[in-house]
Ligand binder design. Structure first.
Ligand SMILES: NC(=O)c1ccc[n+]([C@@H]2O[C@H](COP(=O)([O-])OP(=O)(O)OC[C@H]3O[C@@H](n4cnc5c(N)ncnc54)[C@H](OP(=O)(O)O)[C@@H]3O)[C@@H](O)[C@H]2O)c1
Length: 344
């Protein structure tokens, strides 16, 4: 760490809602951060907020989100609300003079992202999308290996992400709240394939199966055509829990064993194999030192607030990701290839 970085004053964060991701993962991780202090948490219920603050050791609790936005020590708002509330509450936070780190997906569609972008542009504040994978060292290592030429030319990014959900009360089971597989988990392979190709897909083909009862997309697959190659992925909310990504070049492939939910107490593993021995005996396994990706995410955002360093996932990137998500849904309706449309 440089002397300049040591001198950085920690940034005060406030959390909207007592979301599971915040309580179980993000708050404890940010509390271990070098540049991040969680100073307040708000809930629609004052009791729930107080209990959460006591449990997590957060100094202040509020019985409404509005009160938290008035707290002068809150410089950044972390927004882990259900997806339909991402844009409305991120805009309120900007209007209260706060930077915003909003959970993925940052909105339900491109129209909403543009609305948030207009609010961000009226301010001089930062808005980032919480794709924590983007700064996990395993993905930075994959990017480095591709750049080194070791796997040859990158041709294919293959991904799968699934879990089994049958809770009708979960916002993921409600289409109007931004539920369904593509917005919840299909967004990851889209984000990561765009990151690795360093390009935007020119057209996409989507296949969607909807749950007969709640009408969310419970099984969604897509193909993305990039100038440099293809991405194919599947995602499902009524399937066994599983996640995997494979990155295939002209000379070798890389497998990420836990590509999205890399645990904070277990080293991430990359398997690199040139295929010369089909039993896998020729593969090299690279262990990535254990990190908590949510600590890294919080600190990177805090550092951007203090130093003006670029955000890992700024709103411009979030807009392009959302344009691909929209195009996958559109393609599933039309049955045709669809180009992503981010522009007005
Ligand atoms: N990056 C990751 O690794 C990751 C992992 C999981 C989830 N996420 C994202 O994080 C967000 C939250 O997911 P989650 O599973 O943690 O959510 P959750 O447990 O269902 O919590 C959402 C919170 O939002 C508040 N809320 C406000 N209005 C609500 C409404 N109308 N209905 C339900 N809750 C409402 C509630 O807090 P109060 O009642 O206390 O106000 C609730 O606790 C989603 O956007 C999801 O995509 C990200």
């Amino acid at each position: 760490m440089s002397n300049d970085e040591q001198a950085i004053e920690p940034v005060g964060w406030g959390v909207l809602g007592v979301a599971r991701i915040a309580m179980n993962k993000v708050i404890p991780a940010m509390q271990r951060g070098r540049w991040t202090r969680v100073v307040a948490i708000a809930s629609r219920s004052a009791d729930r907020a107080r209990e959460a603050a006591d449990r997590m050791g957060v100094p202040r609790s509020y019985g409404s989100y509005e009160e938290l936005l008035e707290d002068p020590e809150v410089e950044v708002v972390y927004n882990p609300l259900p997806n339909h509330l991402h844009v409305p509450w991120s805009i309120k936070a900007l209007e209260a003079g706060k930077h915003v780190l909003c959970e993925k997906p940052i909105a339900r569609n491109v129209v909403e992202v543009r609305e948030l972008q207009r609010a961000r542009d009226r301010s001089s504040l930062l808005v980032g999308e919480a794709f924590m994978v983007r700064t996990h060292p395993q993905w930075l290592e994959v990017q480095r290996i591709i750049a080194s030429g070791r796997i040859g030319d990158l041709r294919l990014v293959n991904g799968h992400f699934s879990y089994f959900l049958d809770d009708p009360a979960d916002y993921r089971s409600r289409p109007e709240q931004g539920g369904g597989a593509l917005l919840d988990i299909g967004c990851y392979p889209i984000h990561l394939s765009r990151f690795l190709f360093g390009q935007e897909p020119t057209r996409v083909l989507g296949m969607v199966e909807r749950d007969p009862e709640n009408r969310t997309d419970s099984l969604t697959a897509a193909m993305l055509e990039f100038p440099g190659g293809h991405c194919a992925f599947t995602s499902g909310t009524r399937m066994a829990r599983y996640q995997r990504m494979e990155i295939i070049g002209t000379r070798a492939r890389i497998v990420l064993e836990i590509p999205f939910s890399a645990p904070p107490d277990w080293p991430a593993r990359l398997v690199i194999d040139d295929g010369s021995d089909l039993t896998g005996r020729g593969a090299e396994v690279i262990e990535i030192p254990t990190v908590d990706q949510y600590t890294v995410q919080g600190d990177r955002f805090s550092r951007s607030v203090r130093t003006g360093a670029p955000l890992p996932v700024p709103l411009e990137d979030a807009l392009l990701n959302m344009a691909v998500i929209d195009a996958v849904f559109r393609s599933a309706e039309t049955g045709r290839w669809e180009p992503p449309r981010a522009a007005d």
